[in-house]
Design a protein around this ligand. Structure first.
Ligand code: PEP
Ligand code: MG
Length: 755
């Protein structure tokens, strides 16, 4: 083995000169490969670029037949070059022809070369091409030479990413980086967004690649790592970091990595080879990402992505970037792409610039999805691999209705979505025009349309939608997006702000509905439950934890001084639970009055009808509450014994089924008998065909997601409710079919009712 290795510093210096000089891009590539060959004592240096058709095209060569440039190509996975690209790992061989993957391309004339060293050209974990050196004799390439070639490959990666290449001449083929992708995930919030990618943890573009003074750069790196360690320690010592659970665990892992000698050594080596501190971080990060793509073990993947996050934080430190400086440059049509994201982080973005959110993780119950829904941002989750395929600023379309994401869409897809978006915008305009139109049916019956809310970000939509009030305020959302139990004064502050925001419109606060699928990471429930939806949740939990319940009731009472307070209890199963709660309320009222607090002008207590057992004690219930509200999501789940969160079986039963509608009708009749107002606040209230059924059953108050107010109002304005009620109730009595869906659809069509 010869020891003629020339450090990459010299090559990097020359590359810098070539890049600074104005010249034709092919000419520059030719110079670059010649320089690499010369410096590495190699007879051949070739540069291949991965195209969108999965072919690796020879872009430049020193030593192989120059006539093969732009003609010679290998499939991804084919030959040595294809293998390097497919595995994202280098190949260092003394006798290339003996390798099982060796493929001979006659046009290149490479059969005479024995030694072969090829490295992937990586950027953010994606393979963009391959860089190869070859020698006739059986020399071995040292580890330093491998490292040197990898460092040079990084510079080439930036050139590919910057589009600094000769133009491709084949129609419909581009370099792989610009390849369009359609990715399928899971819809977490409906809506369509067209815009440009904003990576939540953006890979900062490192433009300053070459260092002037390695020692100074190492010092810079050491400083940045030290302050990173300090900031992690600081975060860990903060009292609001939950003592158990995800958050702390992640920070502990970061801390461990920030002290990892191997990682720091690799960073320092890259600097010694001539890179700046930030370019070194990017290089090591890219290697980590490439390894991540090929890992199947979820645990290892997770650990490596923690490394990746840490590298990102380090880059931010080194480049002096902060959330504020990034927000200032945000495009006005940003579609945020993230591996995962906390709810609070989403709230840090300026809402008016966000058109969509794409997550690699994320479930419909995740906090960020809840907040995004509150902000009416289309969301697609479970989009595996989206981060590494995305580049900041790339065009993207998110289809929240279908759970699809179109990265760098082809013109046909784009124009189809532009049309779809226009159609939606026209509809939205029609709904906005209805904002101040009273929600009266054609035969003059007034329907009270209310919205469901849970966070302050929801509240502007009350006014925008023209709804009459908040029919359901889900107080648990404040708890779900926090990292510890919100203190009494924080709860009170939220409720006060709600009153302030809504003016004189009414609001119904539901007491904490946690448990089931609404888990609080900082709250340990009673061990693992077999059936959490039927378990220790909602009113069952809060009655067992009176301190929790009393704190919330006190906050509500204090915040509503001088106003009407409407409190609603979730998951009530028997009337006894109402008595119990009343006692707690009375105690709080007595306590607060004693201390001179202003009390609400009126206090109304209501129950949600969600548990089927209540259907058989409606009269008893209605005698002891001031109002009821049907939680049709849960009532349907329990009546049909169908898990509401299981998408596999979600379509099995219909909410328009006769037995379910008959149950709803019973509630209306009981309300009329007892003079008790009845509202319905499940998702069905916001779906025009289902809401049509509700109005036909006799519901006159429905509460829904704010974006549904317009479509529901448009539907009811065309409705003769007297006629519908007569027809529907008659049909419900005599029908023998399972669902009234088609009956209702035909009714709507025959009566020209827009759905
Ligand atoms: C319901 O169950 O219908 C309801 C409105 O409550 P949640 O969806 O919050 O369980
Ligand atoms: Mg419910």
């Amino acid at each position: 083995m010869r020891e003629t290795h020339v450090g990459p510093k010299v090559i990097l210096k020359r590359l810098r000169e070539f890049m600074a000089r104005a010249m034709d891009s092919q000419e520059r590539l030719d110079l670059i490969v010649r320089e690499i060959a010369r410096n590495m004592d190699a007879e051949v240096c070739s540069f291949y670029v991965l195209r969108s058709d999965n072919m690796l095209e020879l872009y430049a060569t020193e030593g192989l037949n120059p006539g093969a440039v732009h003609l010679s190509e290998l499939r991804l996975g084919q030959g040595l070059v294809g293998t390097i690209a497919a595995t994202a790992r280098p190949l260092n061989l003394t006798d290339a022809r003996k390798h099982p993957a060796f493929a001979y391309l006659p046009e290149t004339g490479e059969e005479i070369y024995s030694s072969f060293l090829g490295v992937p050209i990586l950027r953010a974990g994606r393979t963009l091409g391959v860089l190869v050196v070859q020698n006739r004799n059986k020399r071995g390439y040292s580890d330093e030479e491998v490292e040197a070639l990898e460092t040079v490959a990084m510079v080439l990666a930036e050139m590919v990413a910057a589009g600094d290449l000769p133009r491709l001449t084949r129609p419909n083929v581009d370099v792989d980086m610009r390849r369009p992708f359609t990715l399928v995930g899971q819809s977490l919030n409906e809506g369509i967004g067209l815009g440009h990618i904003v990576l939540h943890e953006p890979r900062l573009v490192v433009t300053n690649l070459f260092n002037e003074n390695s020692n100074a750069e190492i010092e810079k790196l050491t400083k940045a790592i030290n302050s990173l360690r300090l900031s992690i320690d600081d975060m860990l010592s903060r009292s609001d970091v939950a003592s158990e659970g995800e958050h702390r665990e992640i920070l502990e892992t970061y801390r461990m990595f920030a002290n990892d000698r191997g990682w720091i050594r690799r960073l320092e080596e890259a600097i010694k080879n001539g890179l700046t501190a930030e370019a070194a971080v990017e290089k090591v990060q890219s290697d980590t990402r490439a390894r991540m793509v090929h890992l199947t073990d979820p645990y290892l993947r997770e650990r490596l992505s923690d490394f990746d996050d840490l590298a990102n934080r380090l880059l931010y430190q080194l480049m002096g970037r902060t959330r504020e400086t990034i927000n200032a440059d945000l495009p006005t049509d940003s579609i945020i792409v993230a591996r995962s994201m906390g709810a609070a982080e989403l709230l840090d973005y300026p809402r008016e610039r966000i058109r969509g959110l794409v997550l690699e993780d994320g479930a419909s119950t995740s906090h960020v999805a809840i907040v995004a829904r509150a902000m009416s941002i289309p969301v697609v989750g479970q989009v595996k691999g989206v981060v590494s395929l995305s580049e900041n600023g790339d065009p993207v379309i998110i289809d929240g209705d279908d759970g699809k994401v179109y990265l760098r869409p082809v013109p046909d897809v784009e124009s189809a979505f532009v049309e779809k978006a226009r159609f939606r915008a026209r509809k939205q305009k029609l709904y906005r025009d209805l904002r101040d139109v009273p929600a009266n049916t054609k035969d003059g019956r007034h329907i009270t349309l209310l919205i469901n809310a849970g966070l302050l970000v929801d509240l502007p939509q009350l006014d925008e939608s023209g709804a009459e009030g908040i029919g359901l305020f889900r107080t648990e959302l404040q708890f779900m997006i926090a990292s510890t139990f919100p203190r009494a004064h924080e709860q009170e502050k939220l409720y006060r702000n709600v009153y302030k925001e809504i003016g004189d419109k009414p609001v119904t606060f539901r007491t904490l509905d946690i448990g089931g699928d609404k888990v609080l990471p900082y709250f340990r429930s009673k061990g693992k439950e077999e059936n959490p939806a039927l378990g220790w949740r909602a009113i069952r939990l809060t009655l067992d934890k009176p301190a929790l319940m009393r704190t919330q009731l006190r906050a509500l009472l204090k915040a509503s001084g001088g106003r009407e307070l409407r409190v609603m209890l979730p998951m009530v199963t028997e009337v006894g639970e109402i008595y119990h709660t009343r006692k707690l309320i009375d105690r709080e009222v007595a306590y607060l009055t004693r201390f001179g607090h202003a009390m609400p002008t009126r206090l109304k207590l209501g129950a949600m009808v969600e548990v089927p057992a209540l259907l058989f004690q409606l009269d008893e219930l209605m005698r002891v509450v001031d109002f009821v509200s049907v939680g049709s999501n849960d009532l349907f789940q329990f009546m049909m014994a169908i898990d509401r969160g299981n998408s596999e079986i979600a379509h099995r039963f219909d909410q328009l089924s006769a037995p379910f509608l008959r149950a709803l009708r019973k509630i209306i009749e009981a309300g009329e008998r007892n003079n008790t107002p009845v509202t319905l606040c499940g998702e069905m209230a916001g779906k025009p065909l289902l809401a049509l059924a509700l109005l036909g059953l006799g519901f006159t108050r429905i509460s829904m997601t704010p974006s549904a107010i317009g479509p529901i109002k448009a539907m009811l304005l065309r409705l003769d409710i007297g006629d519908l009620q007569k027809a529907l109730l008659a049909e419900l009595e005599k029908t023998t079919t399972a669902t009234l869906r088609s009956w209702l659809t035909i009714y709507a069509e025959a009566n020209n009712i827009a759905l």
